[in-house]
Design a protein around this ligand. Structure first.
Ligand code: AMP
Ligand code: GLY
Length: 426
């Protein structure tokens, strides 16, 4: 099978690593990929949002399966585009109606309410209803959670302790703080608990497979302090997401979600990412995403023992049926090395060395590029992830820390506490 994977992050590197191991993978293209993905296939310099160029490439090269790594093309309707342009193309990723689960928080909240899926109480407001929004905020307890309805590059959620400040932020969001994305704002109840990410593959017929659960580390600083990032590390499995918890997740969230999509006549074939929070012992949904998580994928892919490609093909065809999904019981810890200054401004083009000395870990490039002279350089905020197996979180983390220490470039930073909170809970 000839496959094209869209995206350029560590997530796509991990998907490419896994897909390329399949005996059924004849050719893998990654568009655009990064400085490391060419090890698993062929990088193609096409922007994932340029549907016409992707179409030309697919036609010219006889590609039969399209796997969409990032959310933007899905929310922009890449499946809808190809349903018309190339109806025989198999696609992993929902059409725009399903992608609205991530593209519109207001839509996602309505969906959860309609299908009885546990989530924080909320109301949505627009510029016309800003005064009611301020009154609603006054009726809630601090902290206050304000969410831009649309995609805002992961920056659209504000959590504010002071009521007057929250009211002011609501006005600013509705006034265009995130452009069109905050023309509607969801105000919701704050949930206190610990978060984890659950990934589901579903094929549009009601069949689904639950992939390994993971926890990511969003803040830049150790002890979960400082600014939010795209993700500084991940651990899978998550000890607090035990069998009893996962049973509740499946019964109260996964099944109602998959069945809700069918009831709403949304033909959803792809990944569903459930951003969950454990409040007391109960799972609740913080958000849906319509793709895999990054850096969770860099951990999760190491734990998928089954060949992923037939599962992706079946997802796209609607034939998951009783296809097995075998999971590796070992723990995996992923540690992300980032550029100095990230998530603020940071330099690019720093020469990277030492990768060839890493032996106990799998490396997934994120923000890297290869110079014309063949040297590897940094090219983004999140630079490279090291993922390692272990008998325990501490064991796997030790290996990933060692790998990240072995890699050298100016300004390298990583969190040395990935997994520590989970160990403390044991
Ligand atoms: P989101 O973009 O929806 O994932 O939100 C970003 C982050 O904000 C989440 O990962 C949570 O840590 C936090 N968050 C969002 N909604 C809530 C909520 N209702 N209560 C507590 N924390 C939240
Ligand atoms: N790690 C969270 C995300 O991918 O959105």
């Amino acid at each position: 099978m000839k496959v094209i994977l869209l995206g350029s992050g560590g997530r796509e590197a991990a998907l490419a690593w896994k897909i390329s191991q399949s005996p059924e993978c004849e050719q893998l293209y990654i568009a655009p990929g990064n400085g490391g993905t060419a090890a698993f296939g062929t990088n193609v310099a096409i922007n994932p949002s340029d549907f016409a160029s992707i179409e030309t490439f697919i036609r010219t090269n006889g590609v039969t399966l399209l796997v969409v790594g990032n959310e933007d093309p899905l929310v922009a309707g890449i499946r809808d585009y190809f349903a018309k342009a190339l109806p025989e193309l198999l696609i992993v990723g929902p059409a725009a109606d399903g992608a609205a689960l991530e593209g519109s928080k207001d839509f996602a909240k309505h969906f959860m309410m309609r299908h009885g899926i546990p989530t924080a109480a909320y109301r949505s407001f627009t510029a016309e209803t800003v005064e009611q929004g301020c009154e609603f905020l006054a009726s809630l307890k601090a902290p206050y959670v304000l969410k831009a309805d649309g995609l805002a590059a992961g920056k659209g959620v504000l959590i504010i302790n002071d009521l007057a400040e929250a009211q002011q932020s609501l006005r600013e969001m509705l006034g265009g703080m995130f452009g069109q994305a905050s023309a509607t704002v969801v105000v919701e109840e704050f949930l206190d608990g610990i978060e984890c990410s659950v990934f589901v593959l579903t094929d549009g017929t009601g069949e689904y497979r639950i992939l390994p659960v993971a926890k990511d580390y969003k803040r830049i600083g150790e002890g979960d302090t400082g600014l939010n990032t795209g993700g500084m590390g991940a651990v899978s499995p998550v000890p607090f997401a035990d069998d009893e918890f996962m049973k509740k997740v499946e019964e109260r969230i996964v099944r109602p979600t998959v069945n809700g999509l069918i009831a709403d006549k949304i033909d959803y074939r792809g990944f569903i990412f459930l951003g969950l929070i454990k409040v007391g012992d109960e799972p609740m949904v913080i958000e849906y995403n319509v793709r895999m998580g990054d850096p969770e994928t860099e951990a999760v892919m190491l734990r998928v023992k089954s060949d992923l490609l037939p599962l992706l093909e079946a997802t796209a065809k609607g034939s998951l049926g009783d296809m097995p999904l075998e999971i590796d019981p070992r723990t995996v810890v992923t540690v992300m090395a980032v550029s100095g200054g990230y998530p603020g401004s940071y330099p690019k083009g720093m020469t990277m060395t030492g990768l060839d000395k890493v032996c106990d870990s799998v490396l997934f490039h994120a923000g890297t590029a290869v110079n014309p002279d063949g040297s590897l350089v940094t090219a983004g905020g999140r630079v490279i992830a090291a993922s390692s197996y272990g008998e325990s979180i501490a064991d796997a983390a030790t290996r990933s820390f060692k790998a990240v220490q072995t890699i050298e470039y100016d300004g390298k930073y990583y969190r040395r506490d990935i997994g520590r909170d989970l160990i403390a809970l044991l």
